[in-house]
Design a protein around this ligand. Structure first.
Ligand code: ADP
Ligand code: ZN
Length: 350
């Protein structure tokens, strides 16, 4: 069991990574009024286990999928919390992927101005990334994460048992954020380079997840609310990734991050942020998990969405680009210049 403390100013949280952490969550919440939020898929697979872990707790089951990360789902959770007469010391348990974690986290932040929240991420993506750091949100009017709050979970329990039922595609999504982190922290990069054959071994992935959590904890501790600029580094590959996610929406976040990293490696190279050799290394790293990068249709439309990205100031589009092993650089491009890359790349793949 790896235990990682996240010393954030608003509220410290503790992350438990390893087999048996679900049982630890159960013990931790014994005697508390627990309220479980999950989705239809997780409920179908784990309803008995949920009942065992949290006996008697109400379970709010939401439809699965990114498109249900909505105001409607948020208010369904809040309604169910009210119906269950939760009070401020009740504990919301977010048991699911990133979508459930984001929505249950926001509901917990809002209900009575803040109830307790424990995250139990069940996807690799959520275990690696979204369950840690306190970002909560829903999408609204086509804008991703536009209604949200920073609200730290008091505990995060990452149990590898849940990964066994994940479809391969969901594993690849988690790998998207793992590769991103490996580009920012070369000790993780090194571990992957030495174990390329193990990238589909769940035990190895779970071990990498703990490394990623440790890296993210270090960043979040120093810049909890993305104000000093440090936390921005976690957006490597995300400018393009988010734009495509909004535009195409068929794949999931982690896969768009992989595609975004791929496109942005060309930008880094073209703008002189990194050497052509390093850009090539980034792409060969990505090809370990996504051998074929899909063609990007309608690049101009993608650009329009990128411009809505709330990270941008003014007209230019801001990117976090790979610079060298474990290093990144921030760069702003005019929409025209960015569009040129998108067009070239869309053409190249045609
Ligand atoms: P994320 O990839 O951000 O974690 P979601 O919360 O949408 O995104 O989860 C991705 C999909 O995986 C959803 O359809 C969800 O119901 C499903 N899912 C979540 N956990 C598991 C699990 N342990 N086994 C199988 N499917 C799962
Ligand atoms: Zn991400």
């Amino acid at each position: 069991m790896q235990i990682i403390e996240v010393h954030t100013k608003s509220r410290p949280s503790t992350v438990f990574c390893g087999a048996g952490s679900a049982e630890m969550a159960s013990e931790y919440l014994r005697g508390a009024q627990a309220f479980v939020v999950t989705d239809t898929n997780v409920s179908r697979l784990y309803s008995e286990r949920i009942a065992q872990l949290f006996p008697g707790a109400p379970v709010c089951v939401l439809p699965a999928g990114e498109r249900y990360k909505s105001r409607t789902s948020l208010f369904r959770i809040l309604d169910a919390m009210l119906d269950a007469r939760l009070h401020r010391s009740s504990v919301v348990v977010a048991l699911g992927g990133g979508v459930i974690g984001d929505m249950a986290g926001l509901a917990a932040a809002l209900y009575m101005r803040g109830t307790r929240i424990v995250q139990m991420p069940t996807t690799l993506l959520a275990q690696v990334d979204s369950s840690v750091g306190g970002k909560t949100a829903v999408d609204y009017r086509g804008v991703k994460n536009v209604i949200g709050a920073f609200y730290q979970p008091e505990r995060v329990y990452c149990d590898p048992l849940f990964l066994e039922t994940l479809p391969p595609r969901e594993i690849r999504c988690g790998l998207g954020e793992i590769i991103k982190t490996a580009l920012l922290d070369d000790s993780i990069g090194q571990k992957i380079r030495e174990n390329t054959g193990r990238l589909h071994d769940l035990a190895f992935l779970h071990d990498l997840a703990a490394d990623c959590v440790r890296f993210k904890a270090g960043i979040v501790e120093r810049d909890e609310t993305e104000s000093s600029g440090l936390r921005k580094c976690l957006n490597l590959g995300h400018t393009t990734g988010h734009a495509l996610e909004l535009l195409c929406g068929r794949r999931s976040h982690g896969e768009y991050v992989l595609i975004g990293l791929w496109l942005e490696s060309f930008i880094a190279e073209g703008e002189g942020v990194c050497t052509p050799a390093y850009a090539q290394e980034v792409r060969s790293f990505l090809s370990l998990v996504q051998p074929r990068i899909p063609r990007i249709p309608n690049a101009a439309e993608g650009l329009r969405y990128a411009l809505l990205d709330k990270k941008n100031n003014g007209g230019d589009i801001s990117f976090i680009l790979p610079k060298a092993r474990g290093e990144y650089a921030e760069l702003a491009l005019t929409p025209e210049r960015y569009e040129r890359y998108l067009n070239i790349l869309a053409g190249e793949q045609a």
